[in-house]
Design a protein around this ligand. Sequence first.
Ligand code: FRU
Length: 447
Amino acid sequence: MRPIIHYRPEANWINDPNGLCQVDGWYHLFYQYNPQGSVWGDMHWGHARSRDMYRWETLPIALIPDAARGEEHCFSGSCCKDETGRPHFFYTSIGAKEAGRDCMDGAQQWHAEPVDSGLTRLIQTEAGALTDAIHGGAHVRDWRDPCVIRYGDGYLMVLGGCLEGRGCILLYTSPDMQTWTYRHVLLQSDKADGVPWECPNLFLLDGMVVAFWSPCATVEYAVGTLDEQLRFHMARKGVLDPGEWQGYYAPQTFRDEQGRTILMGWMPECDGDAAAIRRGWSGVMSLPRLLSIKDDDLHAELLPGWETMADTPVTLALSAGRVSAQAGQHFILRMRCRIAETPLVIRFLTSPSSGEVTELRVSPDGEACLVRDQSTTSAEPCTAPIRRTVMLVEENDVFLCVDGTAVECMVNGRWLSGRVYPQAADAAKMEISSEAADVRLYPIRKA
Ligand code: FRU
């Protein structure tokens, strides 16, 4: 039941994608990594590279806490290329509480540089450490996860945190990525619940400015514009993917060498620490999604190139609106269908022996819901339904990737992800009920 096409290193704990970039044709994925085991701790940056963002090769650890400078964890961060194309890395440095460097009150933002064009190691530089003093008296708690982009003839940085009890994204500017000035709060929660906003992203896309953030809950986004004072004017707001702790968190975007804006998130496990320790690993990365603006809103498709991970598709013909197949535990389904009078229902990972089942249901009122019922077989089942609204049209574009325990669905450019833990060996049956559909089933290649 291990995912095949969702990246993870051989062993141990991973979370957030970090420092995503493309250099000399190679895509680089760094990520939060605990070299000691399969629960969170001792944060380093793991490293993998790929030619297509689907087939990854795990490389040695790239960023190691600098103990000599009191660093205990290298938290999340990003990559930004300067005007010569040279990549720079920014991340959050955490040290000991006794040294006033804990993650809640003493985080700093550090800069690291690659030792070579293969980015095999990232080394902390002495320059550019930002401290809370940059806020001129205001104290930002849980200040972390820098995202840096080029903007005009300078650079913008956003950081997440919590200011006066409200989760927020803070904005900074720099002419050269070395000296930074704090500008203002770009976006802020309307709830004073003390919950920080993590992993903010800010980027330009098809003439709009897009921000998203991970508020220790469902990942949200906003589309709008920046005025001359760099104030954000929101045109739309929405849910990027409702998976959160059940399947999708802390995503990051970057622009590749072809100018494509690509999104990748972390798919956390939700079957508990004991299961992670037994397995020896925890967490996978989502599939890469290609972002664009459609009808003034954020739209995400699967990044082209995924077909090379699958075998020749089988076309499934529905009879009286139904079809069933032995789809297995690793497959991709693409369909175009009407969802006007009756819901689209895809039941999969179904076990005839135990009765466990997972279901994607899209109702004519535009609610998409992933229902996971492993209650007959799993000691720690993840059964909370994962829901979101989607925009329906005459002929809907539906994508479903079932890769063992990692499930990702898309309906007309809106996504919903979840982790699922079927236990029975025969949890491999699929049944579709749909008004009218053109269905193709692609088995995922084992090797
Ligand atoms: C999000 C997060 C980040 C932090 C990192 C630590 O999952 O909490 O805010 O930098 O994980 O591993």
